[in-house]
Design a protein around this ligand. Structure first.
Ligand code: HEM
Ligand code: HEM
Length: 223
């Protein structure tokens, strides 16, 4: 099974592209995480009351699936190596990009886990629902003394905030680097993370990852 999956993924990664599964993970999670940052910030500014509580219910309902996606994505990444593309041959820039990927994975786990810990350590935690539908358990903090729960709450709150601030620093660098590689260096890295749309006029393009190479243009030129 794993061998078959690897073989299938290689048909993409050999062309410097992420597999469709890797691409789906990337964009779904990028969207959810960016939504969470905006929504979490908005919720934190609401005055205490029913609206704030509801906002945090939405926040947890969207945040918990990120934990499951993180587990699935991490498993996928361990099983299926990513492609090697132009951006993987840039020395220190490549090392920074890899470091940023690690930071993202830490946040994918750390944010939902610290959020879950915060929610479970309040005096009378309300119910949690995965995606607002599937009941999700509290962490087993209810038997702990109140002071221990407050300490957990403080620690989890700090971790949550540190990870949010880290993402706010790292996401613009990551997006900026992706755009710079694409538009400035003309590397294939961003294209490898976008869904593949075969070109009906030129079926060869479905199997070649770098249609902007000059010799390709020359081949097509008349005469
Ligand atoms: C990737 C997922 C998540 C992101 C990006 C995220 C982001 C944020 C942001 C930006 C804030 C406002 C700033 C702050 O107080 O730290 C916040 C607060 C909060 N989040 Fe999350 N969050 C995520 C997951 C979760 C989950 C799954 C839960 C609960 C199960 C949760 C519970 C909370 C709570 C209770 C607060 C209020 C903290 C306070 O009042 O100090 N978060 N989150
Ligand atoms: C418009 C926004 C974004 C663009 C254009 C973008 C682009 C890219 C590109 C081109 C790669 C491939 C890099 C390589 O192979 O070295 C990548 C990888 C990655 N990106 Fe993004 N990204 C965006 C937003 C985000 C966000 C918001 C997150 C996290 C919250 C994120 C997390 C990641 C991770 C973890 C990887 C490593 C891929 C893997 O799991 O193997 N990206 N991104």
């Amino acid at each position: 099974m794993i061998r078959a999956l690897r073989k299938w993924a290689r048909t993409h990664t050999e062309r410097s592209r992420y597999s469709p599964v890797g691409i789906a993970f990337h964009w779904i999670m990028a969207f959810l995480v960016m939504f969470q940052i905006g929504w979490g910030y908005y919720s934190s500014w609401l005055p205490a009351g029913g609206d704030k509580l509801h906002a945090y219910e939405v926040h947890s309902a969207v945040g918990l699936p990120i934990l499951l996606l993180a587990i699935a994505r991490f498993g996928w990444r361990l099983m299926i190596p990513g492609p090697e593309n132009d951006a993987d041959r840039q020395g220190w820039q490549t090392q920074i990009a890899y470091a940023m990927h690690y930071v993202f994975y830490i946040a994918f786990f750390g944010l939902p886990l610290s959020g879950w810990a915060m929610w479970s350590s309040i005096a009378e935690p309300g119910p949690l629902y995965l995606a607002g539908v599937v009941p999700w358990p509290q962490l087993p903090f209810d038997q702990l003394p109140l002071t221990t729960r407050w300490r957990i709450m403080d620690l989890a709150e700090d971790i949550h905030l540190i990870l949010v601030v880290t993402l706010l620093l790292v996401i613009p660098l990551h997006v900026g680097a992706a755009l710079k590689h694409h538009f400035w260096d003309r590397h294939d890295v961003l294209r490898g993370m976008l869904p593949e749309i075969p070109d009906a006029e030129d079926p060869r393009e479905a199997t070649q990852h770098n249609p902007r190479e000059p010799q390709l243009r020359d081949e097509r030129a008349p005469g």
